[in-house]
Write a protein that binds this ligand. Sequence first.
Ligand code: KIV
Length: 313
Amino acid sequence: MRAQALSARGGGALEDIMSLTPTGEPRHKVTTASLRDQKLHHEPISCLTAYDYATARLVDEAGIDMVLVGDSLAQTMLGYDNTLSVTMDEMLHHVKAVRRGVKNALLIADMPYGSYQVDTKDAILNAARFVKEGGAEVIKLEGGERRADLIRRIIDAEIPVAGHIGLTPQSVNVMGGYKVQGKNLGGIEQLMRDAVALDRAGVACLFLEGIPREVAAMITAEVGTPTIGIGAGPECDGQVLVFHDIMGLTFGPAAKFVRRYGDAAALITNAVQAFRADVRSQQYPSDEESYHLPRETKAALDTVLMRKRAMAR
Ligand code: KIV
C-alpha cells in the first residue's frame, strides 16, 4: 500500500500512465447478448488472453471485446510444458487479478484439465468458483458433442459456457501432439457434429482452434453462436490470440497463425540491461530521485554531527 502511494506520487506509476491511454472510442459493457449482436451485424469480435491485473487493464482499455484467462497461463506465466498441470487454485489466482483490471470486456475463465472431466457435480462447483470467487462472466471448457450434457448442466446453474473444439490442448496426449484437426472427411463430419451439439446446448460462443479455414467457415455459417478462431482462418466471427504470442514474450518458435505486434522481450531486456548498467556505474539513483531531509532537520543534524566530531577530537 505504502509503496504504491509513494510511486504514484513519483509521477511514473503504471497507474498514471494507464489513465492516460483512453482509446477515444465510446465503450460499452460486452455481454453474451452483445456478442450475438456482433455476429448478426458482422462486426468482428476481438479476444486476447490476459493473466494479470496490469495486462488485463491495458487490454480492456485498448477496447478488446473479450478477455480470456486461458489455461495457456500454464506455459506463459508458470513455465509448465503444457496446460495439463495447471490447477483450479492457480487459475483462480489469475482470474481474480484479471477481474480487477477488466471493466468493459467480457471476462472468460478457462476450466483447467481435471476440473470438469471426472464428475458433473464437481464440474458445476468448479465453474461456480470461477464466477463466485473469481468474478468470471463465462467459463470455457474443451471438447465436442460428448460435453453437451455437461454444458447444459452448467448453464442450468446460471453460468454461461464457451465451447472449445478442434485442436484442444488438454487432449494433447490423446491427439498424439498438437495437430490440426478436421483435415479429412471423417474429421470434418465430427467437427460439424461437435459444433452443432454445442450450439444446441446453448454455448455463449465457440472457440475453434487449429482447424482448416474451410471447415471453420462452414461451422461459422451453420451455428447461431459466435465462433472465435485461433488458427482457424478469417471467416470466424472473431479472433483470439495469446497475449504473450502477439507481444513476442514466448521462447520457442511461434505457430503459423501467430502475428507478432510487438517485441516486449527486447523492450524488457533493454530496460533491464540499462538499469543494471546505471546501478553498476552509480548513475542510478540521482539526487532528484532521492528523498531529502527538511531544511531545519538537516541544519539540526549538521549541528549534532559537528558537535560529535568536536568531542571526538
Ligand atoms: O488457453 C488459451 O489461451 C486458449 C486459447 C488459445 C483459445 O484456450
